[in-house]
Design a protein around this ligand. Structure first.
Ligand code: ATP
Ligand code: MG
Length: 544
């Protein structure tokens, strides 16, 4: 009978930047597989490069994994916790005659390595004795040599068709302070060495990583073969990384956007980082749903960002209360409505969810509607407000435009209307049909709000294809209009109670989220997460 296989995975971020939606795919995969097969998943920081890493990143990564809905319980590890054991592994390799200290410069090592079509050349230091190697490596640890002057290399095969097997560097000298081990170490293991051995120390069964590590797998297996006796050896399995249209995803590029001021930080709501998506208003449920739908494969493909937005709409449709907000207000005066009158109107919170209940709105002689819901000379199929035409005000009356008042520049100051008192719910003409229904807020309860509208960071849909390249051409494709700030919006007064992070559907305008940083009861700030039109389901319907 076959032994039941244990499942133990890990998510291994390097704390050198904030997590992005691509990492979310890896998180959902690693933690998801563990859940599915009754296994465990560790969170392990791959912190082997002190020059680029920082505790700020460690903290943000922990927060993001938790927020996505996953728990590592008590299994939080750091590769730096294994520095002593990794050192011992390196000594073991030297003793087996499988590693040597090399004094070639980085540039010489590159030259000696050869190319895909030419074999490499042996280093002149390759045949140092085991004793000499042991002494030199110990001296490296003691700090006797300057940074970069020597390295420890695995002794494998300089003519291997796989460049990674041509005596790869496994330790380097770096006189730098590490965010966790301080100045204890001045030699640091390379990723390719630290990673498989950390996996083995944690008794990981499935070491899931992205396709670019496929060529590193023979090296992964070589280290395990040489150094690990455990019968249950970790296995590396690759999958295609997530690429998304209209954004960039490499940490280096995201950092560039932050450093050059194209965005206001790692958590800018335009960023594809988890913290940016959270601040924008995306929910963990929507992100997990997205990660499930895109699936896991070996072939690289670019996913349309519209799918992510579709998942968000699906999630918020039943959750987000409907409210009214006028982004670009124009004043409407209802001439036949008494000046001193104010009515209470009942509005439903969410037609998709009767349990969401109702709230009250005020109606008065002066109200505001969207400036672009009125046209003085409309085309034939225009069903919003225009001179002599009628529209319904959502939850309230039908009004008819009688006249417009303009300033000397022709800008509309006021729209004068009359209303039909019998068209309110319960009135004798409550069911009278008109083609258009508008959202509105009454002057008697309107509250000022700042609304931030976002567009894609990158204009070109093809950008993601190029994301793997290291050049900075993407900077030329940055959308200069990715943020518009509207400062004079008017919203219904129920929104004064909104807390940072609360999400709403603003009728006819999209889904919005009270900003996590800048929103307060005295200064309402809402981010538009997405508009209402779902280009993804439209494409899907066309295909069917
Ligand atoms: P960089 O972007 O700087 O090359 P990285 O994104 O690989 O770095 P890590 O911290 O090493 O950053 O990533 C942690 C894990 O997340 C790795 O297992 C990596 O394979 C995975 N990962 C990173 N980017 C993606 C992506 N776009 N899609 C899926 N998984 C990813
Ligand atoms: Mg990486």
């Amino acid at each position: 009978m076959e032994k039941v296989k244990r499942v133990h995975t890990r998510f291994p971020p390097e704390p050198n930047g904030y997590l992005h939606i691509g990492h979310a795919k890896s998180i959902c995969l690693n933690f998801g597989i563990a859940q599915e097969f009754n296994g465990l998943c560790n969170l392990r920081f791959d912190d082997t490069n002190p020059s680029k890493e920082d505790v700020e990143y460690v903290e943000s990564i922990k927060e993001d994994v938790k927020w996505l809905g996953f728990s590592w319980d008590d299994r939080l590890y750091y590769a730096s916790d294994y520095f002593e054991q990794l050192y011992e592994f390196a000594v073991k390799l030297i003793k087996k005659g499988k590693a040597y200290v090399c004094d070639l410069s980085a540039e010489e090592i590159r030259e000696y390595r050869g190319t895909l079509t030419q074999p490499g050349k042996d280093s002149p230091y390759r045949n140092r004795s085991i004793e000499e190697n042991l002494e030199l490596f110990e001296n490296m640890r003691k700090g006797l040599y300057p940074s970069g002057s020597r390295v420890l290399r695995a002794k494998i095969d300089m003519s291997s068709p796989n460049l990674n097997m041509r005596d790869p560097v496994i330790y380097r000298i770096m006189h730098e302070t590490h965010h966790r081990t301080g100045d204890k170490w001045c030699i640091y293991p390379m990723y390719d060495f630290a990673h498989p051995l950390s996996d083995a120390l944690e008794r990981i069964t499935h070491s899931i990583c992205t396709m670019e590590f496929e060529d590193h797998r023979p090296l992964y297996d070589w280290f395990i073969e040489q150094l690990i006796d455990d019968e249950d050896k970790p296995k590396q399995i690759e999958f295609a990384r997530l690429e998304l249209t209209n954004t960039v995803m490499s940490k280096r590029k995201l950092r560039l956007l932050v450093e050059k001021g194209f965005v206001q930080g790692w958590d800018d709501p335009r960023m594809p980082t988890i913290s940016g998506l959270r601040r924008r208003g995306f929910t963990p449920e929507a992100i997990r749903d997205f990660c499930n739908r895109i699936g896991v494969a070996k072939a690289n493909s670019v996913v349309d960002i519209a799918l992510l937005e579709h998942c968000l709409r699906e999630d918020l449709n039943s959750k987000a209360p409907r409210v009214m907000a006028v982004l670009d207000p124009v004043k409407v005066v209802i001439l036949n409505y008494p000046e001193d009158k104010e009515e209470i109107i009942i509005a439903e919170n969410n037609p998709e969810n009767p349990a969401a209940g109702t709230r009250t709105l005020k109606f008065s002689r002066v109200i505001y509607i969207e400036r672009d819901d009125f046209m003085e000379n409309p085309p034939s199929k225009y069903f919003r407000l225009s001179p002599g035409k009628e529209v319904r005000l959502k939850y309230a009356y039908i009004i008819k435009c009688e006249n417009v008042i303009k300033d000397t520049n022709g800008e509309i100051l006021e729209i004068h209307c009359t209303y039909d008192p019998e068209t309110k719910s319960g009135g004798s003409a409550a069911n009278r049909k008109v083609k258009g229904t508008l959202h509105w807020v009454s002057a008697s309860e309107a509250v000022k709000a700042e609304i931030r509208l976002y567009d894609y960071l990158i204009n070109s849909e093809q950008q993601a294809d190029e994301d793997q390249t290291e050049n900075d051409e993407f900077l030329t494709k940055i959308n200069p209009n990715s943020l518009s700030i509207l400062k004079n919006c008017l919203v219904e007064s129920s929104l004064c109670k909104a807390l940072p992070g609360d999400k709403f559907q603003f009728l006819r305008q999209g889904y919005f989220c009270a900003d996590l940083k800048d929103h307060s009861p005295d200064h309402l700030v809402f981010n538009r997460i997405v508009g209402l039109r779902d280009s993804w389901s439209k494409i899907n319907k066309q295909q069917k």
